[in-house]
Design a protein around this ligand. Structure first.
Ligand code: HEC
Ligand code: HEC
Ligand code: HEC
Length: 383
């Protein structure tokens, strides 16, 4: 079996092997994939309104069509630049993420199964061979199903691990050939996936955000310690900077530029972050601390390109924490969002990032925040 050594997690994710997330070897080593069709029957997840996960997925989820994109415009140009002969969908350089089942050996599928084309149910939920038949039985609990190899995606740490494998580490050669740079932020990306499940647990947003960013730091550290992809260094530094502005990050992350050390510490941080419940006060205080960083962006204090990378990770943090803070209604929720959108536009300007404009916009955002936390609603101010 030939599996590309792209990054530590992806192959582990696909094969349900123990990854960082597993507490020990699973029972399912070697479990086979049963395919989307085995989930999609009407009596199961392709039903009317109750269990319609497959319908939502097929109709709306970009993962369902992640394969199709490989045969078109940008992909073909990229393939040419990379010297990929023939169909990019057949190339491991692309299908590891876009068509993960296509690159696997036939013996990893149940008999006669035609592998799913795009990212499929089992890419996230795990190979179903050993739990498919019994996971709906009323006398079987979730623990038993997980023991039989279903990924526990309720565990936020496990969830982050299942996404980050495809959503961050891209080889520099692909980026140079025109692939969009990849960014990972668990909370926002979960929200952006057309929902086929509901998860309304308390402080899920901040927990997911911090867990996901720690997992991203771990993966970048891994990448830098292996192939030393220098292009990742400013992004790595920015993520370390951001995470060290959080309480847990201060405790867990060393001040170190040694990548293996940081990889281990970031994994520890991700595990802790997944468990931490945030109070509203903590979310407010974290936001306040982050908004106060506007002073660091004043022009001339540091390298502009490095500042842009910092802004790039700071804005999603503001976005996710703000959404959590104003969840359930706050008079100036919309104003805060507008400020964040403006910051987002400034942060994404790789070519001409303007630290002092960013600093100004960030300090304006601090203003929204002050209002939100003293409960001095903007309506009252207008009167
Ligand atoms: C096997 C690889 C793989 C895994 C695992 C995976 N994704 Fe994706 N995801 C992709 C690919 C490839 C695309 C691009 C699809 C396209 O545009 O054709 C994508 C696109 C997306 C998009 C739309 C584009 C964007 O970034 O806004 C979202 C949202 C998303 N994924 C969220 C998630 C989340 C959340 C998880 C984990 C629960 C996850 N993905 C797990 C491969 C994966
Ligand atoms: C590490 C996983 C990974 C690999 C390897 C990868 N991609 Fe992607 N690709 C993604 C993800 C994730 C997205 C979605 C990014 C987003 O929207 O934020 C994406 C987006 C794209 C897009 C843009 C889609 C859009 O809607 O704008 C194209 C085109 C693409 N990939 C083609 C390719 C080709 C061709 C290859 C092989 C040469 C390849 N990808 C290899 C993960 C990957
Ligand atoms: C990109 C990753 C991803 C893909 C692909 C995916 N899921 Fe999910 N799914 C999740 C996450 C994350 C959750 C939330 C955690 C949980 O409930 O286990 C979830 C939850 C669920 C749930 C639990 C719903 C509930 O409310 O408790 C079902 C059922 C489900 N998925 C079925 C499917 C089916 C069927 C497919 C394929 C058609 C699929 N999923 C594809 C990530 C994914």
């Amino acid at each position: 079996m030939k599996l590309p050594a792209v990054f530590p997690l992806l192959t582990a994710v696909l094969l349900s092997l123990p990854s960082y997330g597993a507490d020990g070897p699973r029972l399912t080593l070697g479990a086979k994939f049963t395919g989307n069709q085995s989930c999609a029957t009407t009596g199961c997840h392709g039903g009317g309104t109750i269990h319609n996960e497959s319908i939502i997925f097929e109709r709306k989820d970009p993962h369902a069509v992640s394969y199709g994109i490989l045969g078109k415009g940008t992909s073909l140009r990229m393939a040419e630049a990379l010297g990929i002969k023939g169909d990019p969908a057949k190339s491991e350089q692309c299908n590891v993420c876009h068509a993960p089942m296509q690159g696997l050996d036939a013996n990893l599928f149940v008999k006669d199964l035609k592998p799913d084309r795009g990212v499929s149910c089992e890419s996230c939920h795990g190979a179903a061979e050993n739990w498919l038949r019994f996971h709906t039985r009323p006398d079987v609990d979730f623990k038993q199903i997980v023991a039989a190899g279903m990924r526990d995606l309720n565990d936020i740490y496990g969830r982050a691990n299942s996404c980050v494998g495809c959503h961050l580490n891209l080889d520099e050669s692909l980026r140079k050939a025109g692939h969009p740079e990849l960014f990972f932020e668990l909370d926002g990306q979960c929200a952006a996936q057309p929902p086929h499940y509901r998860d309304a647990r308390p402080s899920l947003g901040p927990r997911s955000w911090l867990t996901g960013q720690a997992a991203a730091l771990r993966e970048m550290s891994w990448k830098l310690s292996n192939k030393g992809d220098e292009n990742f260094l400013p992004r790595w530094k920015a993520m370390v900077w951001l995470l060290q502005k959080t309480e847990l990050g201060k405790q867990e992350l060393p001040v170190s530029e040694d990548f293996p050390t940081m990889q281990k510490a970031a994994d520890g941080l991700a595990r802790k972050a997944a468990q931490k419940l945030w109070t509203k006060e903590e979310v407010g205080a974290q936001l306040k601390g982050l908004a106060a960083l506007h002073a660091e962006f004043e022009a001339g204090k540091a390298d502009r390109a490095q500042m842009q990378r910092k802004a790039e990770v700071l804005v999603p943090a503001l976005d996710r924490l703000w959404r959590d803070l104003v969840k359930g209604g706050a008079p100036n929720a919309a104003e805060g969002e507008t400020s964040i959108r403006a910051l987002h536009v400034l942060a994404l300007d790789h070519e001409d990032f303007d630290p002092s404009r960013f600093s100004g916009a960030l300090s304006q955002f601090s203003g929204n925040l002050a209002q939100a936390s003293n409960g001095a609603p903007s309506e009252a101010k207008k009167k």
